[in-house]
Design a protein around this ligand. Structure first.
Ligand code: HEC
Ligand code: HEC
Ligand code: HEC
Ligand code: HEC
Ligand code: HEC
Ligand code: HEC
Ligand code: HEC
Length: 247
């Protein structure tokens, strides 16, 4: 019983503090919310262009001006067409020197979870349980909320591995840069090249026998014997021949 009273009292106290604080900060920030970004500086006297009374910043305001933006139609930003909220990745009032864009992958998971929950409650619960089960992702460079995303839907066109490593990019990659610092490339003496590299389409056509094999001086090589013709420096650095230039 005592605990309940205490909790109740604490609740009232916290609430009182919250409203007082809320009023003070709103008043202060309202007076000096910080300058808008350069692109939006022309809206300095038009707060209502982005802010809806009571609701705050709402997506419909932004979309009113940006519905025609090309980011709606091409990857990796086509999610804009349905995302429904903008402020997660587009901060404002940080001054003219700061671009108002900072990609936040984890925010996409939070937003996506709400959408999943409104359609399939069980799927949302499964995802929630997985997210709650610790913050460790498949490797130290990535968090669970980030790793929950289907990377290939947005970054499929960036797949340097031509599908050979599958679609679960999060298995090896992080979300801030594509390089993998701990990766050491196998030596040029390796004969396993084809385990990690898919031959380009040109190698499965006549071109391979007619041009590639001749250029490399390896008329009997099979396509999967990359190591007979290639170095590990770059694909047009041909073994025993040097840099091959396309005409
Ligand atoms: C170009 C759109 C835009 C305009 C115009 C704009 N704001 Fe904002 N404002 C934002 C965004 C976006 C946020 C959320 C920032 C964040 O989360 O970093 C924000 C946040 C705020 C906040 C903090 C409270 C909150 O909702 O997070 C205040 C206060 C605020 N703006 C006041 C103003 C005032 C006053 C003006 C007019 C002088 C103004 N804004 C004009 C986009 C705008
Ligand atoms: C009254 C129209 C208007 C409103 C409202 C508006 N914008 Fe803009 N926005 C512009 C214009 C104009 C530009 C600069 C030209 C361009 O890139 O289209 C711009 C630029 C941008 C840029 C690129 C900025 C850069 O420096 O790279 C982003 C991102 C952006 N707006 C997002 C938003 C978001 C998010 C909101 C809502 C919080 C919003 N805009 C509200 C008109 C508007
Ligand atoms: C999950 C993060 C995220 C959310 C949410 C988001 N954006 Fe973006 N947006 C980005 C990123 C990242 C870019 C930059 C893409 C690039 O570098 O080409 C971008 C680019 C833009 C641009 C083009 C800026 C330019 O330089 O041409 C506009 C306009 C824009 N967003 C508006 C919006 C609006 C409106 C919303 C809400 C409906 C929104 N964004 C929601 C991440 C987000
Ligand atoms: C809904 C679309 C979407 C999904 C899903 C997504 N990303 Fe992104 N990602 C973006 C956007 C937009 C950017 C910013 C624009 C850019 O840099 O290409 C970005 C940027 C990146 C970058 C930085 C690129 C650079 O050179 O700065 C990396 C790395 C990245 N994402 C990896 C991932 C990985 C790994 C996953 C899966 C765990 C993932 N992304 C899931 C949309 C997405
Ligand atoms: C089995 C692990 C693995 C998987 C899965 C994987 N990659 Fe990679 N990827 C790597 C390694 C290792 C590198 C070399 C990184 C380096 O040199 O720093 C690399 C390099 C890259 C690079 C070039 C980085 C640079 O700038 O040099 C891109 C882009 C890339 N991967 C995209 C993807 C995409 C998109 C997916 C998913 C469709 C994916 N990868 C799946 C391991 C993987
Ligand atoms: C264990 C996997 C693995 C093996 C085995 C391997 N590679 Fe790689 N290699 C990678 C990854 C990952 C990258 C970076 C992503 C990319 O560019 O495809 C890469 C990149 C390259 C590049 C691109 C360099 C550049 O920046 O353009 C060349 C050329 C290359 N490898 C040649 C070879 C050759 C030749 C062999 C065999 C002697 C070989 N690789 C064996 C994984 C491997
Ligand atoms: C018989 C020699 C030979 C073998 C075997 C070979 N290549 Fe090549 N490859 C070449 C030559 C020569 C070129 C440059 C001229 C050309 O495009 O034909 C080339 C070009 C390439 C290019 C750049 C051209 C493009 O279309 O992107 C890539 C990537 C490549 N090879 C990957 C591979 C991989 C991966 C393997 C093994 C699975 C392999 N090659 C096996 C000789 C060979």
């Amino acid at each position: 019983m005592a605990a309940v009273v205490l909790a109740g009292a604490a609740g009232v106290w916290a609430l009182a503090r919250y409203t007082a604080l809320g009023r003070a900060t709103t008043w202060q920030r309202q007076a000096r919310p910080g300058d808008l970004s350069a692109a939006h500086a022309f809206l300095a006297d038009n707060c209502a262009a982005c802010h809806t009374p009571v609701k705050g910043v709402t997506a419909d305001r932004c979309i009113a001006c940006h519905a025609d933006s090309p980011v709606l139609h091409r990857e990796p930003t086509a999610f804009h067409a349905t995302v429904g909220t903008c402020r997660e990745c587009h901060r404002e009032h940080q001054g003219v020197a700061v671009r108002p864009t900072a990609m936040d992958h984890a925010a996409l998971t939070r937003i996506g979870l709400d959408k999943v929950a409104s359609g399939d409650k069980q799927a949302a619960d499964r995802l929630r349980r997985w997210l709650a089960d610790g913050n460790a992702g498949p490797h130290p460079g990535i968090t669970r909320p980030e790793a929950a995303l289907d990377c290939a839907t947005c970054h499929g066109t960036k797949d340097r591995h031509r599908g050979l490593f599958g679609k679960d990019c999060a298995q090896c990659h992080r979300t801030d840069k594509w390089t993998v610092p701990e990766f050491r490339h196998p030596s040029a003496q390796s004969t396993e090249c084809a385990q990690c590299h898919q031959a380009p389409p040109s190698h499965s056509m006549m071109h391979f026998q007619m041009v590639s094999a001749k250029v490399a001086g390896q008329p009997h090589a099979g396509v999967r014997q990359c190591f007979l013709c290639h170095q590990t420096t770059a694909w047009n650095d041909i073994k025993g021949v040097g840099w091959y230039k396309h005409h």
